[in-house]
Design a protein. Structure first.
Length: 236
């Protein structure tokens, strides 16, 4: 009973980690890229309506591209696992002696005596499926991926990108003058980048304050560079 509960806890933890990773990937780019685009356009055009159209197009394209990237990454993980699983079954069937030696070697590395190595290997090799699963996990370090992981990752990253992209663009929906809208966008986005960077760093074990400042500075630099380049070309 205790083992079952412990297993559920691990699975929940892993799923939460996957979701968190997807949100971080989508949100970080969703806040930064549309912010830089809006800032750059604000240095070149006066009408917020143009920036809104371009911003919406970028968020749509960006969310699809990021989501597709997440989907392909998930599919690659599944395909890699399937390929290794097939190879491991083949080795258990046709290279049984070598697989037995590799299994014994694992038990030796964790400190079991020679007698226990033989006993544990004989026990686990009686069930081919269990043996292959054991070798996948402990020889190759591969856990069976969630078959729905690719789709979930695509949705999580894409929606997070949209959620992040709405923040720097929102002032342009209500303020006609692009420069005035940019001022509010800068304040709102930098605050969100700071908060996002703080919690991201806290979860990943990095110094929260430094992590928040780093994420904020990257976003500010990207927006300032885009705005400056637009102004430079406008002058010339």
């Amino acid at each position: 009973m205790d083992t079952h509960l412990h297993h559920d806890h691990i699975e929940s933890h892993l799923k939460s980690s996957d979701l968190l990773r997807d949100v971080v990937i989508g949100m970080s780019d969703g806040l930064t890229v549309p912010f830089a685009l809006a800032a750059g356009l604000s240095g070149a055009v006066d009408q917020s309506s143009i920036i809104v159209i371009a911003g919406i197009a970028e968020v749509a394209a960006g969310s699809i591209a990021m989501g597709l990237g997440g989907y392909l990454a998930g599919k690659t993980e599944q395909d890699h696992y399937s390929s290794e699983l097939k190879r491991e079954y083949d080795e258990v069937e046709n290279l049984r002696h070598r697989e037995i030696e590799e299994t014994k070697e694992f038990f030796a590395n964790i400190g079991l005596s020679a007698a226990l190595q033989d006993q544990a290997t004989a026990e686990i090799s009686q069930d081919k499926d269990r043996w292959v699963e054991f070798m996948m996990k402990y020889e190759l370090g591969l856990d069976k991926p969630d078959p729905k992981r690719a789709t979930k990752s695509a949705l999580n990253i894409g929606l997070s990108y949209i959620a992040g992209g709405v923040i720097p663009l929102s002032p342009y929906f209500f303020i006609a003058d692009s420069v005035e809208a940019l001022k509010i966008s800068v304040v709102a986005t930098l605050i969100c980048l700071f908060v996002f960077g703080y919690f991201k760093s806290k979860i990943t074990g990095v110094n929260p304050l430094w992590g928040a400042l780093k994420v904020t500075m990257i976003g500010a630099f990207a927006a300032a560079a885009a705005f400056g380049i637009a102004k430079l070309f406008e002058v010339h």
